[in-house]
Design a protein around this ligand. Structure first.
Ligand SMILES: Nc1ncnc2c1ncn2[C@@H]1O[C@H](COP(=O)(O)OP(=O)(O)OP(=O)(O)O)[C@@H](O)[C@H]1O
Ligand SMILES: CCCCCCCCCCCCC/C=C/[C@@H](O)[C@H](CO)NC(C)=O
Ligand SMILES: [Ca+2]
Length: 502
C-alpha cells in the first residue's frame, strides 16, 4: 500500500495471521500475534507491503475484528487460500550469508531484519553462512537445487557474483552447453536470485530495486517479484573468465578495484581511498576496442527515457530474444564483418574503458554510470574515456554525483553494444612474452611512450580479472531476480477509498 492511498493490492500482502488478545507482552495495538485455535480467534491481521519515500518498503499491518470466531477463521482461510494462488511466491529458499561483506553485518542483518519476515510469510529458508571466498560458488555445483524456488545472497556485489556464476555454470553443465564457447546460446537457470544488500556498493540491488535496503529486498522476495536481467560473459581466448551483470571497467576503475582489494579491512571506505589515490596517479592505457552495436534497438545511451518497472524496451528485447534450443553440432559463427551495421573499431589511449550492462546506480552515483542503460535489453553501454588532462576527467567524475550529462565531453564516446573485444597494446615486454601475446591477439609495441604504463585489470562487478585481452558478449535476460525494476514514484490510484485489488 502506498503511503498516499488506501488501496491494498492482494499481490502485495505478506501474510494473514490470527491475533489473540493477550495478557502478557503486548505490541502497540495491545495484541500479540500467535497461532490460535479456531475457537479463540476473534481478530486477524493482514500484513502488507507499505511503500515509503525513496522506494523503501516496510511491512505494514492492519487488524480486523470479528464477533464470531468462525467468521474470523473463514476470513483467514480464504485470504490464505488466495495468497497460496500467488504461484510466483517462493516457498523454499537457499540463503548464503557473507559474514565479511561491507560492514561485516551480514549475519545480523539476516537474523534481525530478514528471517522474521520470511517466517511470517511461511518461507522455509536453508541458511549457509559462508566460511571463505568462493564457498557459495563451490556449493552451488554440488547441492541439491531441485526443491528450491530461489537462491538468496546476503552480501554485496561480490557475493552476488558468486551466486550468479555458480548458478549459471551449473545450469550450462546440466544442459550440456559449452560455457567456454563465446557464441553458445546459454540456457537460462530456472531459479530466481534474491539479493539482501549487505555489501559496500550494492550496485546490483540499487539498480534493480532502486535502493539498498535489506527489508525492502526481503519484501520483494516474499511477494515473488520477477525481473529478468542481462548477463555478460567475459572470455579470454576460448575460456570463460566470469559472468557479469552490471559494471565492467578497465583502466581507472580496474586500478581502483585492484588497489582497494588489498584494503578490504577498511570496509566500504576502501573504494574512496583507492579512488582518490588512483585519480592522483591516473594512468593511460593504449589499446583497441572492437564492438558490435545494438543497431535495431530503438534506444541509445543518450536517451532521456529511463528503464523503469515494466520497461517497454526490455519487454520488446525479451520477445525478440526467445531462447532457441541448444544445438551442440552448430558451427561457431562466421568471421566478424567490419563496416556499416557490423563491427566497429576504436584504437586509442584511454583513461578508462567501461561497460555498463545496466545503469550501475549506487550511492556513489545515484543515477548510475550510464543512466539510460536497461536491465534487460540485451545490450551493454560501452563508455570509452580517452586520455585527457586530469581536471577534465575530474569534471566527468563529479557529474556522477548529480543528474548532469556525464557523457557530454569531447574525450568520451559511448556505444550501445551486444559484444565487444579489447586488445591492449603491451609495452616493455621480453621477446618471449611478445610471441605469446600475439597468439592471444594482443597488440604489441616496443617503443615506450611517456605516461604509458603496463596493463590494468578489469573490475568485473567489483571482482578482479587479471587478463586484459577479453571478449565480452551480452546474453539477453539470462537470469531472473526477485525484483521488479525501478518503481516510478508517481502516486498510484485504483479506487478512491480503501479496497482490495485481487
Ligand atoms: N566467509 C568469507 N570469508 C571471506 N570472504 C568471503 C566470504 N564469503 C564470501 N566472501 C567474498 O567476499 C567478497 C566481498 O564480499 P561482498 O561482495 O559481500 O562485500 P563487499 O565487497 O564489501 O561489497 P560490494 O561488492 O558491494 O562492494 C566476495 O568476493 C566474496 O567472494
Ligand atoms: C572525486 C569525486 C569522485 C566522484 C566519483 C563518483 C564516481 C563513481 C563511480 C562508481 C562506479 C560504481 C560502479 C559499480 C561497481 C561495482 O560493481 C563495484 C563492486 O561493488 N564497486 C566499485 C566501487 O567498483
Ligand atoms: Ca542491458
Amino acid at each position: 500500500m502506498s503511503s498516499d492511498s488506501n488501496v491494498l493490492d492482494l499481490s502485495e500482502v505478506i501474510a494473514v495471521t490470527p491475533v489473540e488478545k493477550h495478557g502478557g507482552q503486548r505490541n502497540k495495538d495491545g495484541f500479540s500475534d500467535i497461532e490460535l485455535t479456531p475457537i479463540s480467534c476473534s481478530r486477524f491481521a493482514v500484513h502488507y507491503v507499505e511503500k515509503k519515500r525513496g522506494r523503501v518498503w516496510r511491512p505494514g499491518r492492519v487488524t480486523f475484528k470479528c464477533q464470531d470466531p468462525t467468521v474470523c477463521r473463514e476470513w483467514i482461510d480464504r485470504l490464505q487460500e488466495r495468497l497460496n494462488q500467488e504461484y510466483l511466491r517462493p516457498r523454499r529458499l537457499l540463503v548464503f550469508v557473507n559474514p565479511f561483506g561491507g560492514k561485516k553485518r551480514g549475519v545480523q542483518i539476516y537474523q534481525q531484519k530478514v528471517a522474521p519476515l520470511f517466517d511470517l510469510a511461511r518461507i522455509k529458508a536453508d541458511v549457509i553462512v559462508t566460511e571463505r571466498a568462493g564457498h557459495a560458488q563451490d556449493l552451488l555445483q554440488e547441492l541439491e537445487l531441485n526443491k528450491l524456488d530461489g537462491i538468496v545472497c546476503v552480501g554485496g556485489d561480490g557475493m552476488f557474483s558468486e551466486i550468479l556464476n555458480g548458478l549459471i555454470v551449473r545450469t550450462q553443465q546440466e544442459a550440456g552447453v559449452d560455457k567456454d564457447w563465446l557464441a553458445a546460446e546459454l540456457v537460462r537457470p530456472h531459479l530466481r536470485i534474491g539479493i539482501i544488500p549487505a555489501g559496500s556498493t550494492d550496485a546490483v540491488s540499487y539498480a534493480t530495486v532502486g535502493v539498498n535496503d535489506p527489508v525492502t529486498s526481503a519484501l520483494h522476495i516474499i511477494i515473488g517479484d520477477c525481473q529478468p536481467l542481462d548477463v555478460s560473459s567475459v572470455h579470454y581466448r576460448s575460456q570463460l573468465l566470469r559472468y557479469n551483470v552490471s559494471f565492467l571497467g578497465y583502466g581507472f576503475y580496474g586500478d581502483v578495484v585492484r588497489d582497494s582489494d588489498l584494503r578490504r579491512w577498511m570496509g566500504p571506505t576502501r573504494y574512496d581511498y583507492s579512488g582518490f589515490k588512483k585519480f592522483c596517479r591516473r594512468k593511460i592505457y593504449e589499446g583497441e576496442v572492437a564492438f558490435l552495436p545494438c543497431a535495431d534497438q530503438g534506444s541509445s545511451p543518450y536517451d532521456q527515457i529511463r528503464c523503469t518497472e515494466g520497461c517497454l524496451v526490455c519487454k520488446q528485447a525479451g520477445e525478440k530474444n526467445k531462447p532457441t534450443p541448444f544445438n551442440p553440432s552448430e558451427e561457431p559463427r562466421a568471421v566478424e564483418t567490419f563496416g556499416p551495421g557490423g563491427w566497429q573499431r576504436v584504437r586509442g589511449r584511454f583513461i578508462a574503458i567501461n561497460a555498463a550492462t545496466n545503469s550501475c546506480a549506487c550511492k556513489k552515483t545515484p543515477k548510475g554510470v550510464s543512466p539510460a542503460a536497461h536491465l534487460a535489453d540485451g545490450c551493454t553501454d560501452l563508455i570509452l574515456i580517452h586520455a585527457t588532462p586530469r581536471y577534465r576527467f575530474l569534471g566527468h567524475l563529479l557529474k556522477h554525483l548529480t543528474d548532469s550529462d556525464r557523457f557530454n565531453h569531447s574525450f568520451i564516446e559511448v556505444y550501445r553494444v551486444r559484444e565487444f573485444k579489447f586488445r591492449p597494446v603491451i609495452i616493455e615486454e621480453t621477446e618471449d612474452e611478445q610471441v605469446e601475446d600475439e597468439e592471444a591477439g594482443v597488440l604489441s609495441r616496443r617503443n615506450r611512450r611517456r605516461n604509458t604504463r603496463r596493463n590494468s585489470v578489469w573490475n568485473c562487478d567489483g571482482e578482479i580479472i587479471d587478463q586484459p585481452a577479453v571478449d565480452v558478449k551480452v546474453h539477453c535476460q539470462l537470469i531472473k531476480l526477485f525484483a521488479r525494476g525501478i518503481e516510478e514514484t508517481k502516486q498510484s490510484s485504483c479506487w478512491p477509498v480503501g479496497c482490495f485489488c485481487a
